[in-house]
Ligand binder design. Structure first.
Ligand code: MN
Ligand code: MN
Ligand code: MN
Length: 287
């Protein structure tokens, strides 16, 4: 099985993986769309990490320029204990999906607060401020709660903090909220989009992709700067085997030169047409 043909003309290329300042890219959404237009792309997907906050601005700019914007997101999800990335492309209900992602992030932010609440309920008067102090402005985690317990003299060391209070199954334990890959795919479908396994690389094998197909995976990102030619060919044949669409992009973060420049992956517009068909099929199912 070979990939759909590449028509060749520059205007028939698309780039379906890029980041803006809404996540870790260097350019604002509007500037990113302008760069895509300047690069002569026929379509461009903005796929910021775990947020669609840049989509409205990108959409307005794309409309003004007459460039097709594919509203997207790159979700960090879990497959067992391993983190993998899934692209949600062709998102229709941008606001609804964004609201769900914000709720989810909010939960993660308050995990330490919930631990403090449980400790207080168990008679340990540690404060959230004491935990923040231990985190010293960094991302707050369970180790900071543990250190605050030591600093306050409620336990003698970190080991006791975990053994007595914070370890799994202990009185102040709060489960870490993780977005399972199946739930991530379902969220993408509920928002009218299709789910694409992002840059699987050498992890993209029949035995890893089959379980994802079972939970509704629509496509595989076969063309990506991290992929070898061999990866691309293997992933394309797996996509064909499982009846999945193919996707590709530069994973652009704002670089103006090098391997991750917008459009560098030369993704044919015909791939996007196959995705459009898949989107219509998905939505037709009332998914
Ligand atoms: Mn990134
Ligand atoms: Mn990624
Ligand atoms: Mn990315």
């Amino acid at each position: 099985m070979t990939l759909p043909p590449d028509a060749g003309a520059p205007a028939s290329h698309v780039d379906l993986h890029a980041h803006s300042t809404a996540s870790d890219g260097a350019m604002a959404p509007a500037a990113a769309v302008q760069a895509a237009h300047a690069a002569g792309l026929a379509a461009f997907a903005l796929t910021d990490h775990d947020t669609l906050a840049g989509i409205p601005e990108a959409q307005a700019t794309a409309d003004a320029l007459g460039l097709r914007l594919v509203p997207g997101v790159e979700l960090s999800v879990h497959r067992g204990s391993e983190e993998v990335h899934v692209l949600g492309l062709h998102i229709r209900d941008v606001d609804a999906l964004q609201a769900r992602l914000e709720t989810f992030r909010g939960f993660r932010r308050t995990r330490a607060e919930q631990m403090v609440t449980k400790l207080n309920g168990a008679g340990v008067p540690v404060t959230f401020d004491a935990v923040l102090e231990q985190a010293a402005g960094g991302a707050i985690g369970r180790p900071h709660v543990a250190r605050a317990l030591v600093a306050g003299g409620w336990v003698k060391d970190l080991r006791e903090a975990f053994d007595r209070w914070l370890g799994a199954g202990k009185p102040a334990y709060v489960d870490k909220e993780r977005l399972d890959i199946a739930d991530g795919i379902a969220m993408i479908h509920e928002a009218g989009g299709i789910a694409v396994y992002a840059h699987p690389g050498s992890e993209g094998r029949r035995e890893t992709i089959e379980p994802l197909v079972a939970v509704g995976l629509d496509g595989i990102e076969v063309r990506h700067p991290s992929h070898s030619r061999e990866d691309e060919l293997r992933l394309a044949s797996l996509a064909a085997f499982f009846g999945l669409v193919v996707s590709g992009g530069s994973d652009w973060h704002g670089a103006m030169q090098g391997g991750r420049v917008l459009g560098a992956m030369q993704v044919p517009a015909s791939w996007l047409e196959l995705q459009d068909r898949r989107v219509r099929e998905r939505r037709g199912q009332g998914a």
